[in-house]
Design a protein around this ligand. Structure first.
Ligand code: AMP
Ligand code: MG
Length: 347
């Protein structure tokens, strides 16, 4: 089985593998970076500041916060909030405020996307092996049986208490990293950091602009290979991509099965979309929408954008066409090898 992580390359940064200062930029402002493993993925936080002490304290605090959230939201750690809720046996389970906040957001987005984002898919994901990495194609009757345990509208969240019906289980995987990115950004801002780039397993959270005031240049991963599809120039935004090319397996039938499931069928999404990139202020919104709009498919995703228009998106289809909202169209430059792709503006 091949596993590929979300990979949005950060073209503008050198890799700093530990908590070290690198380049001197603009007088006394320097770059400080910290890489670590959390939430099942690699993260690199890079900040620009004129005080090494402040920058390193901020980086340490942000990483600590990510570790805290991981402990609360892990589906496998027996001490986590999510584990407790998933094994609550139909009884109310008290959770920390962070967990209640995450679930309340996930349920709100599930409702807004008409269930395309479905935080209770864990039993179905497990049947496909996406929670254990030992993948298999489940029998159709098992999928339809498990689908009966799925339904965000049956999750009861009252203040800090969560109740699931017996057999139901949560998987916060589609929103947790985005939510955590917002938390990390908030900590950096509390330390007075106004220029930083957070790479949370490919989810990017750009705090402010580059130290010289110019936009960050982010490589958007090509769903068709290892390389970069194009470069997006942005400031003060989160950028999150979802696609079935990131984690998938080839079944015994030779078919490629990806890790994003259509909750209406219980099968991996197969709707002609190759990837969905969302750009907005909040990481959690980007994370929720990248998954949900990938499930919806091109036509519905465009319809959804037209209703909201408070985010930008870039859809890549398997037939190698691009649909991009007017807000970022001129900020996105295709790499030479993809210059022939047809680009449609969404407006
Ligand atoms: P993302 O990488 O943010 O698109 O999230 C994908 C992850 O969320 C998967 O690896 C699953 O753990 C979970 N997931 C899969 N399909 C869905 C869905 N339709 N709604 C919510 N979570 C999902
Ligand atoms: Mg997501």
């Amino acid at each position: 089985m091949e596993i590929r992580r979300i990979c949005v390359c950060i073209l503008c940064l050198g890799a700093c593998l530990s908590l070290t200062a690198c380049l001197g930029i603009q007088g006394r402002i320097e770059e400080y970076s910290n890489s670590f493993f959390a939430m099942d993925t690699y993260m690199t936080f890079t900040v620009y500041d004129d005080s090494a002490r402040n920058a390193q304290a901020a980086l340490k605090q942000a990483a600590r916060r990510l570790g805290e959230l991981e402990e609360l939201w892990s589906v496998t750690d027996r001490n986590s909030d999510i584990y407790a809720v998933n094994h609550g046996g139909g009884q109310p389970v008290k959770v920390q405020e962070d967990t209640a906040g995450l679930l309340s957001f996930a349920l709100k987005m599930a409702k807004e996307t008409n269930g395309a984002l479905e935080p209770t898919l864990y039993p179905v994901l497990t049947a496909w092996g996406f929670t254990t990495e030992v993948n298999q194609i489940p029998p159709a009757d098992q999928i339809s049986r498990l689908l009966q345990t799925v339904g965000y509208d049956r999750v009861m969240l009252a203040e800090n208490s969560v109740t699931l019906e017996e057999g139901m289980m949560l998987d916060p995987g589609a929103v947790g990293k985005g939510y955590a990115g917002d938390e990390a950004e908030q900590i950096l801002r509390e330390f007075g950091i106004t220029s930083a780039l957070l790479d949370i397993g490919g989810n990017i959270q750009a705090v402010g602009a580059k130290p010289d005031g110019s936009d960050w240049r982010l490589g958007i991963r090509s769903p068709f290979g290892e390389g970069v599809l194009g470069v997006l120039r942005i400031s003060d935004s989160a950028v999150v991509t979802s696609g079935n090319y990131e984690r998938y397996f080839i079944g015994e039938d030779g078919v490629r099965y990806g890790h994003i499931i259509d909750p209406s069928t219980g099968y991996p999404v197969d709707n002609g979309l190759a990837s969905v990139t969302i750009v907005a202020q909040e990481g959690k919104l980007c994370d929720a929408l990248s998954t949900a709009l990938f499930v919806m498919g091109e036509e519905q995703a465009v319809g959804y954008w037209k209703l909201r228009q408070d985010f930008d998106m870039l859809l890549v289809t398997e037939s190698e066409e691009i649909y991009v909202t007017k807000g970022i169209k001129d900020r996105f430059d295709l790499r030479n090898e993809y210059k022939d792709m047809v680009v449609h503006e969404i407006s």
